[in-house]
Design a protein around this ligand. Structure first.
Ligand code: ADE
Ligand code: ZN
Length: 333
């Protein structure tokens, strides 16, 4: 049995496995530019974030109906449960669907159907985080927040993803202020490919509670000190960093050094259908490649629940306490 953990950095569109992509393509009459799943998998050789995003947004063409989004999320939750995930805070990218003529309501209703049944069916509690695409305009992000208003009871927070360099957090100041005023929690991708200054800006201008990735903080010792002092959670995705060439090989990942520096690290899978593993596979990979020992794996699991948004009410706190007790009681042998 894998160690219990929360997954805090997971793009639901990034869980679209080739087999499901072809099944949905057939169901929806969408022609894919790949002969079969094998040919599609062979295309998963990325030079950087942008080359990945090009393929990733293209393959989303198969997602059209509520049932498609429900099936996608249910398949992820089944896999996540088998990997020891007890709680998942799941990103989705409404703009990537609305632009293809799929209404935001279709996306949210479909995902919600799977999420609502998840505790009972998979033993995984869930939350939904709506991401803005940072390579789209600030106006488009504001329109997206407006369009999401009828569904805010299903959404715990907002995030910021897609192509990072050239799209600093400050571009989204207004929409983050509006989201905060609506009571939404705030996170943002920063320091994946972008410079450490984007991490500082996400904290100071957008007022985010967690940084997604944050890898490049290691280039700025003062920032590391601040992140450690304030216990700002970083949702790291080591397998993603290798596949998108932020680092050359997993053995060079700074996770161990980040833990040594006192950073509040968590380990996550980002887009597991594309990057060669789900979250417990990632735990195993960092253990092998970086010599992260059992007690540090337990720290990562503990951090994942402590950094989660399970803190809104007494029921949340009770659930979090239960999960944390499971982490402490877990035996690795
Ligand atoms: N969207 C999906 N995966 C992403 C990543 N790793 N960085 C930015 N945007 C993304
Ligand atoms: Zn991500």
């Amino acid at each position: 049995m894998p160690i219990p953990k929360a997954e805090l950095h997971l793009h639901i569109e990034g869980t679209l496995e080739p087999e499901l992509a072809f099944a949905l393509a057939a169901r929806n009459g969408v022609e894919l530019p790949y002969a079969d799943t094998e040919e599609l998998r062979k295309a998963y050789l990325f030079d950087d974030l942008q080359t990945f995003l090009n393929l990733y947004y293209g393959l989303m063409a198969v997602l059209r109906t509520e049932a498609d989004f429900e099936e996608l999320a249910d398949a992820y939750l089944a896999r996540a449960a088998a990997q020891g995930v007890r709680h998942a805070e799941i990103f989705f990218d409404p703009q990537a669907h609305v632009v293809r003529g799929v209404p935001i309501g279709t996306v949210i209703e479909g995902l919600s159907r799977a999420l609502e049944r998840s505790q009972e069916r998979h033993g995984v509690s869930t939350r939904l985080i709506m991401c803005f695409l940072r390579d789209q305009s600030a106006e488009s992000a504001l329109e997206t927040l407006e369009a999401a208003k009828p569904y805010l009871d299903r959404i715990i927070g907002v995030g910021l993803d897609s192509a990072e360099v050239g799209h600093p957090p400050v571009k989204f100041r207004e929409v983050y202020e509006a989201a905060a005023a609506l009571g939404l929690r705030l996170v943002a991708h920063a320091g994946e490919e972008g410079p450490p200054a984007y991490i500082t800006e996400a904290l100071d201008v957008l007022r985010v509670e967690r940084i997604d990735h944050g890898l490049r903080c290691m280039e700025d010792p003062e920032l590391v000190e601040r992140l450690a002092r304030d216990r700002v959670p970083l949702t790291l995705c080591p397998l993603s960093n290798v596949r998108l060439r932020a680092i050359d090989v997993l053995e060079e990942h700074p996770l161990a050094r980040m833990l040594d520096a006192g950073l509040m690290c968590t380990v996550n899978s980002d887009d597991p259908a594309y990057f060669g593993g789900y979250v417990d596979d990632t735990f195993h990979a960092v253990r092998e490649a970086l010599g992260i020992d059992h007690e540090r794996l337990r720290t990562l699991a503990r951090n994942s629940f402590e950094a989660s948004f399970l803190d809104r009410d007494a029921a949340d706190e009770a659930l979090r306490a239960k999960y944390l007790a499971e982490v402490e009681a877990y035996s690795f042998d």
